[in-house]
Design a protein around this ligand. Structure first.
Ligand SMILES: NC(=O)c1ccc[n+]([C@@H]2O[C@H](COP(=O)([O-])OP(=O)(O)OC[C@H]3O[C@@H](n4cnc5c(N)ncnc54)[C@H](O)[C@@H]3O)[C@@H](O)[C@H]2O)c1
Length: 431
């Protein structure tokens, strides 16, 4: 099939590449000429395991190409995916200006029936707005389909190639059949293609992310109770997760959730609830707990130092919002570093792949380690913010921290082992 993908970020690049790998002709469009030039040279702008190899393979076979020209891509395609960013506005509503601009450019270029697919995460009802923008630009026939994306950064390629399910929101049989043909090869193992109306499809995406975020905030509250009453939230997580009704995913207490999706989508769902005068109490609490959780570990640091951290040097391991990505959007490490600096401490950071993005935020305000152990040089304490595998196996006896203390924001270390090495351990909910 002939596919155009408008917006070549984490979602658009992965989706476009995976469609191409399944034998489709894909044109990826981005408004950022530097990104497009780099992609044409085979330089991948993001870190995503397995992506580079797949992009290069499909560039070589001529199945995927990159351009800044939306019109050219749309004219050559039957299905056009909108995968531009929808970042949050201060009100919590997503900023739809990128989507509008992309949709209108698509509308101006339509030259015959097209299926226009909304892959960006958009407020419930946006399929109608997109149809309106398009019809203001063209008299040609089109169908707008909602097809939310559920991939996870860090495992995006695998998630896209083997999705748990594909959700397609459309009332049009013609559009559904085209989408079914496109996604058929990804669903050969019996993973379902679920057809529904567009409102349900748009809401499914928000409901999933809000629900997963709620699980995390719930565990963070349980962790706070553990800190007050005794108990270890890691034991509780295992005890809960073995119950098949609960399942083991997204039960990890820690320094709060971040990333480009959970915080934004939770806020967007809250905004929608307020708009229809039905505020969402559970989701609102999820957001509040997470907001507080982002400073919870910092408070432990302050308590340990009896309120005085000025002049102390902290080594930060991990900056990305989670392992296996370079994405720093809403990463809890940002807030931690800002708080430490504000109180007069100095900071040295190491992350296996997110250091360039960290530099863009903090520039010369912090120093950057060449590797994990280099970051510890002259440090008073270690603060772990992202659970990269390379941080898991360390010899605590070899660590030379001046104040002999570890603050583990992801509960990856055994408190007993740390203590055995003579150091003090703080986790989240592991009193
Ligand atoms: N990142 C994720 O893990 C993830 C997962 C599921 C859904 N989503 C949703 O998918 C959407 C895209 O997210 P992302 O993380 O890929 O964003 P991103 O910021 O990584 O990429 C968006 C890209 O769109 C480009 N763009 C913006 N306006 C454009 C226009 N008019 N024409 C052409 N290109 C344009 C930008 O230059 C950028 O490269 C968002 O709505 C997001 O909520 C993201």
């Amino acid at each position: 099939m002939k596919i155009a993908v408008i917006g070549t970020g984490y979602v658009g690049l992965v989706a476009g590449t995976c469609f191409a790998d399944n034998g489709n002709d894909v044109i990826c469009v981005d408004q950022d000429p530097t990104k497009v030039e780099r992609l044409k040279k085979g330089i991948i702008p993001i870190y995503e395991p397995g992506l580079e190899k797949l992009v290069l393979r499909n560039v070589e076979s001529g199945r995927i190409s990159f351009t800044t020209e939306t019109a050219e891509a749309v004219k050559k395609s039957d299905i056009v995916f909108l995968a531009v960013g929808t970042p949050p506005l201060p009100s919590g509503d997503p900023d739809l200006s990128y989507l509008e601009s992309a949709a209108r450019s698509v509308g101006r270029a339509i030259n015959g029936f097209k299926v226009i697919v909304n892959k960006s995460t958009v407020p419930i009802g946006t399929h109608q707005t997109v149809a309106q923008w398009l019809s203001e630009e063209t008299d040609e026939l089109f169908e707008v389909v909602s097809n939310p994306e559920f991939l996870k950064e860090g495992t995006a390629v695998d998630d896209f190639l083997k999705p748990d399910r594909v959700v397609i929101g459309t009332r049009s049989d013609r559009a559904f059949e085209m989408m079914e043909e496109l996604y058929g090869p990804f669903c050969r193992q019996g993973n379902p293609i679920i057809r529904m109306d567009p409102v349900s499809s748009e809401m499914t995406k928000y409901a999933c992310n809000a629900f997963l975020a709620t699980r995390i905030s719930f565990m963070n509250e349980i962790a706070q109770l553990c800190d007050l009453l005794g108990g270890d939230v890691e034991h509780i997580r295992k005890g809960m997760g073995s119950d098949v009704r609960i399942g083991k995913h997204f039960l990890y207490a820690g320094a709060g959730y971040g990333g480009s999706c959970f915080p934004k989508d939770v806020q967007a769902l809250m905004a929608k609830g307020r708009e229809v005068e039905n505020p969402l109490k559970i989701v609102t609490a999820t957001e509040e707990v997470n907001h507080a959780q982002k400073t919870y570990l910092f408070k432990k640091i302050k308590n340990h130092y009896k309120g005085e951290i000025s002049g102390k040097k902290f080594a930060i391991w991990g900056a990305a919002f989670k392992p296996n990505t370079d994405d720093m959007r809403e990463a809890p490490a940002i807030e931690m570093i800002r708080s430490l600096l504000k109180d007069g401490a100095s900071v040295s950071v190491y992350d296996p792949v997110a250091l360039d993005n960290t530099r863009q935020i903090f520039e010369d305000a912090v120093t950057y380690g060449k590797n994990a152990s280099d970051t510890l040089r002259d440090a008073d304490a270690l603060v772990l913010m992202t659970e990269w595998n390379e941080f898991r196996h360390v010899d605590f006896n070899e660590m030379k921290l001046n104040d002999q203390v570890i603050f583990d924001g992801r509960n990856i270390y055994s408190p007993e082992k740390v203590k055995k090495s003579g150091m003090t351990y703080y986790g989240i909910g592991r009193s």
